[in-house]
Design a protein around this ligand. Structure first.
Ligand code: SAH
Length: 209
């Protein structure tokens, strides 16, 4: 279904969109995105678009996955990363190649089960999936070298900055109608916030299903 040429085109397009990290580009060229979506949509798997994955959720657009991965990839150490919003596990699979361990939280049980099977089939063995509301992070396993939230919170999730290691980065979309990608970086006891670009994510919701 996917030729090396299709994936090479994806990588070239990402480069044209400004993605520069060679490791991230290489990984984006390796991960078979069609494996993360329904077969009926697989002809669109390498388009630069988000797609439905069931349960009213979506797989993120390749550009934004690459962008968030690139921001996460340049932390001082890549030991453990926390992802909030596993969905189909596409971003998880990419983080699994960048970090020693990925902890990822999803609130929809059906997605957790499907994604756990998918990642094991694809040979991703360093991702720990958890069925829970991820808004509070995982204080017991902190600190994390990076925390990515792949659903938009209405306000800046300040509670999570305590779970960053020194030099660590929290990368997240914020807002409801007009969302923006932001990054908070920890330097010792100081935190620096950068406003990045306009984005469009599904909302971060509370409770589990
Ligand atoms: N990372 C995915 C994007 C999935 S969409 C990718 O690679 O494509 C965002 C996901 O966040 C959805 O599956 C949604 O159910 C989940 N989500 C929303 N609020 C959440 C919460 N509070 N805790 C955990 N997961 C949440």
């Amino acid at each position: 279904m996917t030729s090396a040429r299709t994936r090479a085109r994806l990588v070239e397009r990402l480069r044209g969109q400004g993605i520069q990290n060679e490791l991230v580009l290489q990984i984006m060229g390796q991960i078979p995105r069609h494996e993360f979506i329904d077969e009926a949509l697989s002809h669109k798997a390498y388009d630069d678009t988000s797609l439905p994955i069931g349960f009213g959720q979506t797989i993120s657009q390749p550009y934004i996955v690459a962008r968030m991965s690139e921001l996460a990839a340049t932390v001082p150490e890549r030991k453990q990363v926390l992802e909030i919003g596993t969905g189909c596990g596409y971003q998880t699979a990419i983080l699994a190649k960048l970090f020693k361990t990925v902890h990822t939280i999803e609130r929809i049980g059906g997605l957790v089960r499907n994604t756990r099977d998918r990642l094991s089939r694809l040979g991703v063995h360093n991702a720990r999936l958890r069925h829970a509301d991820g808004s509070l992070g995982l204080p017991d396993l902190a600190p994390f070298d990076a925390i990515l939230i792949t659903a938009a919170a209405p306000i800046v999730p300040e509670n999570l900055i305590n779970q960053l290691s020194d030099g660590g980065r929290l990368i997240f979309p914020v807002g409801s109608q007009n969302q923006e990608l932001r990054m908070i970086e920890r330097q010792g006891e100081s935190y620096f916030e950068t406003r990045l670009e306009k984005v469009n994510f599904v909302p971060l919701l509370t409770g589990v299903l």
